[in-house]
Design a protein around this ligand. Structure first.
Ligand code: FAD
Ligand code: SF4
Length: 396
């Protein structure tokens, strides 16, 4: 019997350097013998969103279609929330609910998801869940880089043939790249958008500089009302306006991988569940292909839905935020609150808020790559991101 080439490869020890070096997002691929494919698969070594879109969805995004340009290949977008939210989920628990239905109905035998360690609620611990209870124990974001793909070797060892993987864009690009080597009959991918992720140490710095009580934070989210919402152990909520963040101290907190990422919307998942294109309190659902639609259908009877909408004009706000971020301007709290109220009243909403967030992050990341990795700029930035950034005047 011929041994597949990757089986001769050895996972890189955690201590050894990843081939992507400081740009590594710790996706976990290099912890497995699939490291054999790293030069091709790693999102930070070989950006290949367009060909993988063709492989996954049958076509790459149409750059002339404004929604495709921003949100990737899709069949539909909706806003939804669970009529009975899952207690302790990040939003209303649509992700966990889909995973549980897929397992209960026998569509999959296992679900790759991320629990936390017993000692630290924010330390990610990827697993292949085999029961609804294990999926539920993975609910809520671990807002740190997570080596989800480190469990890939276990798939073959355990003989799994039908699998659901939940993950963020960089993990999913590497996964799609090695998908054919996994020996699966069917792979389902449930993605979330992702931006501004941090190492565990970076997370601590963010909590310490931003929250009134860092040690009791159980959850946080940058929300559509231009505020960071922290939830504490005692159930209380704390909000801090984006414009009041201590930008000068936080400038280096985001991982270099996330400062050079252009796959905010998880282009290669079958189905994406986030929040940024939906009204406040609702989740944003992007169905990319037939597989994604079949996954969403499983929970339709648990959901309340409404069409996505778009309001406001982001362009000026984005243009003004580019030099402000570059110079790490931090407003005094009273001014930040005032600015927050103003922006919330007249600012971009729904899909326009999502475009605002994509534009601001792509502009920042484009400058970061241009300044720190000029040789990578041309190949690493996808064509759609170049077009989006090209709408703005950037500093040198
Ligand atoms: P839940 O039912 O609570 O399930 C959450 C799922 O996320 C779990 O299955 C778990 O396995 C998985 N997960 C947790 N941590 C990680 C991790 N570090 N890496 C990979 N998977 C993980 N949405 C936006 O619209 N805009 C954003 O900018 C944005 N940033 C995000 C950043 C991160 C790091 C993550 C993990 C998610 C982000 N999301 C973002 C998605 C959003 O916060 C919610 O996760 C999503 O809407 C699902 O909510 P839920 O209640 O259905 O999830
Ligand atoms: Fe390896 Fe993933 Fe790091 Fe790339 S991002 S070097 S594939 S662990």
């Amino acid at each position: 019997m011929m041994v597949q080439p990757h089986k001769k490869a050895k996972a890189l020890k955690a201590s050894s350097r990843r081939p992507a070096k400081e740009l590594c997002s710790e996706c976990g691929l290099c912890d497995t013998y699939y490291v054999h494919y790293v030069k091709e698969a790693c999102a930070f070594i070989n950006q290949q969103v367009a060909p993988l879109e063709v492989q996954t969805h049958g076509r790459s995004r149409n750059l002339e279609d404004p929604d495709d340009l921003y949100f990737g290949v899709h069949q539909s977008m909706t806003a939804a929330r669970k009529t009975e939210p899952i207690e302790g989920a990040q939003w209303t628990g649509i992700v966990s609910s889909i995973a549980i239905e897929m397992l209960n109905r026998g569509l999959v035998e296992g679900v790759v998801c991320v629990q936390n360690t017993a000692e630290d609620r924010f330390q990610p611990m990827p697993i292949i869940a085999r029961t609804p209870a294990e999926i539920l124990a993975a609910r809520v974001n671990k807002p740190t880089l997570s080596p989800n793909l480190s469990v890939l070797e276990q798939i073959e060892q355990s003989g799994l043939k039908r699998l659901l993987v939940i993950g963020v864009g960089c993990q999913i690009q590497a996964l799609r790249s090695v998908e054919k080597q996994l020996g699966l009959e069917k792979l389902y991918v449930l993605g979330t958008p992702c931006v501004d992720n941090v190492t565990r140490a970076g997370l601590q710095k963010f909590l310490d500089t931003t929250s009134r009580s860092p040690e009791t934070v159980v959850y946080y989210e940058f929300m559509q009302d231009f505020k960071v919402h922290f939830k504490h152990e005692d159930g209380s909520t704390e909000t801090v306006p984006f414009f009041g963040l201590k930008t000068n101290q936080l400038k280096d907190v985001f991982a270099p991988s996330c400062m050079s990422c252009f796959d905010y919307v998880n282009s290669l998942a079958d189905l994406v569940v986030g929040y940024m294109g939906a009204p406040f309190g609702w989740q944003w659902i992007v169905v990319r292909n037939e597989t994604g639609q079949a996954m969403l259908d499983l929970v339709q009877n648990q959901l309340e839905t409404q069409p996505v909408s778009s309001q406001g004009d982001r362009k000026n706000a984005v243009q003004q935020s580019i030099p402000a971020y570059d110079k790490a301007v931090t407003l005094p709290m009273w001014a930040a609150k005032l600015m927050g109220v103003f922006i919330e009243k007249i600012g971009p909403k729904g899909l326009e808020y999502a475009r605002f967030s994509i534009d601001s992050h792509f502009a920042r990341n484009y400058l970061y790559v241009k300044r720190n990795y000029p040789d990578k700029l041309e190949a690493h930035v996808p064509e759609y991101a170049k077009r989006i950034v090209g709408q703005y005047k950037l500093p040198d």
